[in-house]
Design a protein around this ligand. Structure first.
Ligand SMILES: [Zn+2]
Ligand SMILES: [Zn+2]
Length: 361
């Protein structure tokens, strides 16, 4: 990324923060949170602390960084090194990313490309560019199927929380991550004190990772009377699914049980849920790779992840693109581009520029 591109990106983000600072959602107890940010082209700055919303906003506007983060934990001394912060508790969080969900479309939009000659092809990535021998890099794209899958798994997390953990739906705030997934913040004090291991158990439960083998479950089901008790939690999910389909199912009971699990588990990223010292993208700020906002999702039925979080301006900019596959934003198609200069809206240019796949012309 050259200096001209860096400055252009910073100005595009600054313009948004200047115009829409009220869309940034600060958590309660600002003074006990750790903040951090990543400047364009720079490394992570952490262990910052602000006394008020005004003070935090002033810094965000001044830096106009690529990403802004805030801890889900509260600390006695948020600006000190981790071991001296004095941890006071942390809201439970979940991260659902389309990258972690096996969707069949990935074969089509995940590619390797050559940084030298801009040739590209399907994964797996060859050791050397098949055309010029240059260094190949990977490109992970996204599509409506992936975004729908992420939405689906997020709905499942909400189902686990309300159905199995007794969480009040009002206590769950869902956000689009700004890229290809969703973040859930749970404002239920029962979870705030949990340590890493306990949070890991919750994540494993949702991923179906702590369940007995499908073979074992199948043999238990075989011994169960045909209209026996449904149980609770996963037992209810599995028996319900199996009972509904068992009659006309062609495969084995074990296979049907596996299906019951894979179609109802939620692929949350365990490493995010279990990290109690994490800084998390601040709600209402822009994603550093896409320029899309970490937007609050009030209604899943109405939320369009290729439209609603697209908040940067449509002002056209000339970009010299090395390589970028087709993508879709605001109901418009862009690309595929290869070694060409194009004039596109600011909101579409950002993801090409941040990934180093082009420069401002
Ligand atoms: Zn090449
Ligand atoms: Zn896809």
């Amino acid at each position: 990324m050259n200096d001209g591109t860096k400055t252009w990106l910073r100005n595009a983000y600054k313009e948004f923060y200047f115009r829409s600072s009220e869309s940034i959602e600060f958590p309660e107890d600002i003074g006990s949170r750790e903040f951090g940010y990543i400047p364009f082209g720079g490394g992570m700055v952490r262990h910052l602390s602000f006394k008020s919303r005004g003070e935090a906003l002033a810094e965000i506007l001044k830096q106009s960084p690529s990403s802004v983060y805030c801890s889900n934990a509260r600390y006695e001394f948020p600006a000190r090194p981790i071991e001296e912060k004095g941890w006071l508790g942390a809201e439970l969080i979940f991260d659902i990313d389309a990258t972690d969900i096996p969707t069949p479309c990935k074969k089509g939009h995940d590619l390797w490309y050559c940084e030298k000659c801009h040739a590209s092809g399907k994964l797996p990535r060859p050791p050397k560019c098949t055309k010029c021998g240059g260094p190949p890099a990977e490109f992970h794209g996204t599509c409506e199927t992936c975004l729908d899958a992420a939405k689906d798994h997020t709905t499942r997390v909400v189902g686990f929380l309300t159905g199995d953990f007794g969480v009040d739906p009002e206590a769950i705030k869902v956000y689009f991550s700004g890229n290809r997934g969703y973040h859930l913040h749970i404002f239920d004090k029962r979870f705030d004190v949990l340590d890493q291991a306990a949070r890991g158990e919750i994540a494993d439960y949702m991923r179906g990772a702590s369940l007995p083998l499908s073979q074992t479950i199948a043999s238990t089901l075989r011994r169960r009377p045909p209209s026996g008790p449904q149980g609770a939690g996963w037992t209810r999910r599995i028996t319900g699914y199996v009972d509904e389909r068992r009659q006309d199912y062609g495969g084995t009971l074990q296979k049907l049980v596996s299906e019951a699990v894979s179609s109802q588990r939620a692929m949350v990223d365990s490493s995010v849920t279990t990290d109690i010292h994490r800084v998390f993208r601040l709600a209402g700020t822009l994603h550093g790779d896409t320029g899309m906002s970490k937007a609050r999702v009030k209604s899943f039925a109405k939320f369009d992840p290729q439209e609603d979080p697209v908040v940067l301006s449509a002002r056209p900019v000339k970009v010299k693109v090395d390589f970028h596959p087709h993508f879709r934003l605001k109901h418009k198609d862009f690309g595929p581009y290869k070694s060409e200069t194009v004039e596109i809206p600011t909101f579409a240019a950002v993801s090409i520029l941040t990934r180093g796949l082009g420069e401002v012309a």
